[in-house]
Design a protein around this ligand. Structure first.
Ligand code: SF4
Length: 324
């Protein structure tokens, strides 16, 4: 839904670059996409999703046309529901009723930051209070609520991003997406970056911060359904600066395991030498790290790590012992 009807121009946004879609989609396109999905990768838990622009801020008639095109596929149980993304200030009672009547089940809000100065500096055109109000209203109507946040925005900081995560946690959304800020061509952020007014967060700092956020949401039972932008969709073409990696979540999870190992070593006062690290079976490769990054970092600190899969260990949990 590139920019369709969006009156805003957020500092970081060039929807054409992000969605990779230049044409305005039609009801016919929705039907075609649904039919293709049914034929190629059918799953009864699948959803029809309208992402990219601000779905509830577009022309009401156009929005309803798209919903009506998707509705019959939900009624016939080909998909479990409709998921949309929108701005927090584009949610009111009337919109909620329309969404409810048209099989929308999940609404994701682009919160980006819960710091009003950061929101203003990035020309978001809404406040953190709009996020609170929209979240409460969506919950009252029984929608699954998702929050999207961005790290490293203009005028933000590690502390402010952590504070944003804390405020999001206090609102108890069902899901969260974490997007490190990417500078794209033809955006206000790009001008600020070129003039030296805006500096991007370093790669290391971005991974450290997002690893911490992932863990915070996990510990508060909030499901993180995306970390980092999707590849494809022309992001690479419009890319100017900022940390973008196709396997970003894995890098963050790898950092979580590394930090946990170091903490265990310190707590248990483990001597340098060979160590045995036990993690859940699905976490073995993240623990070793991409291109053995964690193993090499530990080696530099005097520890030779061997990772073993343990069935009684939970996500982001590690057991470390000296290998005799
Ligand atoms: S509200 Fe959404 S679509 Fe509109 S400019 Fe901002 S990020 Fe882009």
């Amino acid at each position: 839904m590139p920019h369709a009807g969006c009156p805003n121009q957020c500092s970081f946004c060039n929807q054409k670059s992000i969605s990779g879609q230049l044409e305005k989609i039609t009801a016919q396109d929705v039907k075609k996409a649904a039919e293709t999905a049914i034929k190629s990768s059918y799953s009864e838990n699948g959803e029809i999703a309208f992402f990219g622009g601000s779905f509830t801020a577009i022309d009401r008639e156009y929005m309803t046309q798209l919903l009506k095109a998707a509705g019959p596929y939900i009624e016939q149980k080909y998909f479990s529901g409709i998921r949309i993304s929108t701005r927090p200030d584009a949610i009111d009672e009337e919109i909620c009723k329309i969404l409810k009547e048209n099989f929308v089940t999940s609404v994701e809000l682009g919160c980006q930051s819960m710091n009003d100065e950061v929101l203003k500096a990035n020309q978001r055109g809404h406040t953190s209070q709009d996020v609170v109000r929209a979240t409460e209203m969506l919950k009252k109507f029984g929608f699954e609520v998702g929050h999207q946040m961005m790290t490293g925005l203009y005028k933000s900081s590690v502390e402010k991003d952590i504070e944003t995560a804390k405020r999001i946690i206090s609102l108890k959304p069902d899901t969260v997406r974490i997007y490190p800020t990417i500078v794209l061509e033809n955006t206000k952020l790009c001008e600020l970056y070129n003039s030296g007014e805006y500096k991007v967060m370093s790669d290391e700092e971005t991974v450290d911060l997002c690893a911490e956020l992932l863990l915070m949401f996990f510990e508060n039972d909030i499901k993180v359904i995306r970390t980092g932008l999707h590849s494809g969709g022309n992001v690479e073409e419009g890319y100017v600066a900022g940390f973008y990696h196709p396997a970003f979540k894995e890098l963050c999870e790898s950092r979580i395991y590394f930090n946990k190992i170091i903490k265990e070593i310190d707590n248990s006062k483990i001597q340098k030498g060979k160590i045995l690290v036990g993690v859940a079976p699905y976490a073995v490769s993240a623990t070793v790290g991409q291109k053995r990054f964690n193993a090499e970092q530990l080696k530099k600190q005097g520890y030779e790590m061997k990772v073993v899969a343990l069935n009684d260990v939970g996500r982001y949990e590690v057991k470390v012992e000296e290998q005799k």
